[in-house]
Design a protein around this ligand. Structure first.
Ligand SMILES: Cc1cc2nc3c(=O)[nH]c(=O)nc-3n(C[C@H](O)[C@H](O)[C@H](O)COP(=O)(O)OP(=O)(O)OC[C@H]3O[C@@H](n4cnc5c(N)ncnc54)[C@H](O)[C@@H]3O)c2cc1C
Length: 457
């Protein structure tokens, strides 16, 4: 709780389900709550657009497919609706890849903002952008409302069920719900400012050796110190626009994603590094000679900050043993992809794959905070250890988490059930009915990237 005098803050309105954060998890939760029959669903977001990291910084959904030579589609539901809407606008293509996180679904992030706007609007979700959650009001041990801040000042919003999809677990923080702070027990993942460049001659780049040549040039630049690149690797890939590329290459370490002074330094460092990459690419990489940066991520990408303690915590062992759970609500086949800084300041990316291109199941209990019965938590701040989080944070999974939580919230209201006592079989049936994937590929007809019928890069 903050030091705001709650009695002095006017009540703006009441809602049934209040979702904090319009990232991939929060938008999906709002759509799912509406699809499952909740009457009043409100989504608040501090930025001026929906999508969170998906539209602030990125352009590729991972996690829809298992990696490896025989990719299988393991997520659907609301994620499918989003990809279908992007496809209808010609704003998506598949980026097949057997390495790393596997086949990616590349999208135009500006179009994705519009897609979320339209899906949320059509569903009847009340979306409030430019609205910051700043406190949680408790009355006699129960959460009564939240305090938000916007241009109008402070107002309160009362709700029956709360979904924390803020990525940073801000709601849980203000409500006194327990969490682990990234870096508290294990090294924290690094942050990244992404950037986009135009005027790239991609044919010339490919003829000169493409990715393999790029990696060699990066290594040479680091070793000969011609350009102070922070790392020797990173993704530089084609975008959904002619002659344009986007990157996940910058590496910012040593700052907290929960402190304004640290975040300021991280943003500044990220921007500085991005322009070192611009110099390097122009100077050293064929095809980039007259390219230039046309956009930086609107916020630095924070991979992890707070992870809430739930009724269950997903672990590394669960991921690597293809764990199964009675109360499964989604699947994940993505590897543990842990970007961290080693003791000598070098970038290290630790990879560990789910065996045999398989999947593990994620239980409903990972979204139920241990300390509260009125709240669900989904997306980047769900209940997992550092390693499990590093696997289950891709956006197909955060959308599936939101789907599960929005559906659970609406069902709980419909049935008059407490969230932890919700009949899980009913939740699972509803999710299946809404197109979510709950059965591992081995237990159902095989599907792969080609079955989706999207363009390939
Ligand atoms: C650099 C980087 C690269 C990545 N690369 C990929 C990739 O290529 N593919 C992939 O699938 N995944 C990738 N990931 C992981 C993935 O993007 C995230 O795990 C996922 O987007 C998290 O979604 P979310 O909805 O949980 O959180 P977020 O996207 O962080 O959304 C949270 C939302 O809550 C809002 N919010 C926060 N606090 C408040 C508040 N107090 N009041 C109101 N609103 C608030 C935020 O503005 C934001 O819109 C990457 C992550 C990073 C950081």
């Amino acid at each position: 709780m903050n030091c705001i005098n709650h009695n002095a803050v006017p009540l703006a309105f009441e809602t049934d389900v209040l979702i904090i954060g319009a990232g991939s998890a929060g938008c999906s939760a709002a759509l799912a709550a509406k699809a499952t029959g909740a009457d009043k669903v409100t989504l608040i977001e501090r930025a001026g657009f929906p999508g969170g990291i998906s539209t602030q910084a990125l352009d590729t959904f991972y996690g829809f497919f298992t990696p490896g030579d025989n990719p299988k589609k393991v997520a659907g539901g609301i994620g499918n609706q989003v990809v279908d809407a992007l496809d209808a606008a010609g704003a998506v293509f598949l980026r097949p890849n057997t390495y790393g996180a596997g086949t990616g679904v590349n999208y135009n992030p500006e179009r994705l903002k519009l897609v979320w706007d339209q899906l949320l609007g059509d569903a009847g979700v009340q979306t409030l952008l430019h609205t910051n959650l700043v406190d949680v009001v408790q009355v006699q041990g129960r959460i009564n409302s939240v305090v938000v801040f916007g241009k109008q000042g402070f107002v309160r919003i009362k709700a029956r069920v709360f979904i924390d999809a803020s990525g940073d677990a801000d709601f849980c923080h203000f409500a006194g719900i327990g969490y682990e702070t990234a870096g508290q027990n294990e090294p924290v993942q690094t942050m990244t400012t992404t950037f986009r460049m135009s005027n790239v001659d991609l044919d010339r780049y490919q003829e000169a050796g493409g990715k393999k040549m790029l990696m060699q040039k990066m290594e040479q630049a680091v070793e000969s110190r011609t350009h102070a690149l922070p790392r020797k690797a990173g993704s530089i890939h084609k975008m959904n626009a002619e002659g344009c590329i986007s990157t996940v290459a910058v590496r910012v370490a040593g700052y907290s994603g929960l402190d304004a002074a640290d975040l300021t330094k991280a943003e500044q460092d990220g921007r500085r590094q991005a322009f070192i990459y611009e110099d390097f690419l122009r100077d050293c990489v064929p095809g980039f000679e007259t390219s230039n940066i046309i956009g930086l991520s609107s916020s630095i990408g924070v991979r992890e900050s707070r992870r809430v303690y739930g009724h269950y915590r997903l672990t590394r062992e669960d991921c690597l043993s293809k764990a199964e759970f009675e109360d499964k609500v989604l699947l994940c086949g993505a590897p543990i992809e842990d970007h961290r800084e080693s003791s000598d300041g070098e970038e290290e990316t630790h990879w560990a794959y789910v065996p045999d291109g398989g999947v593990y199941e994620v239980p409903y209990r990972c979204f139920l905070p241990r300390d509260n019965e009125q709240t669900l938590v989904c997306g980047r701040c769900f209940s997992a250890t550092h390693d499990a989080h590093a696997s289950c944070r891709s956006m197909a999974q955060t959308m599936a988490m939101g789907h599960a939580c929005g559906t659970a919230a609406a069902l709980a209201l419909k049935l008059g059930s407490l969230l932890p006592e919700l009949p899980v079989a009913q939740l699972q049936d509803t999710l299946r009915h809404q197109g979510a994937v709950l059965e591992a590929p081995a237990h159902r007809a095989a599907t792969g990237p080609d079955d989706w019928n999207l363009n390939h890069s």
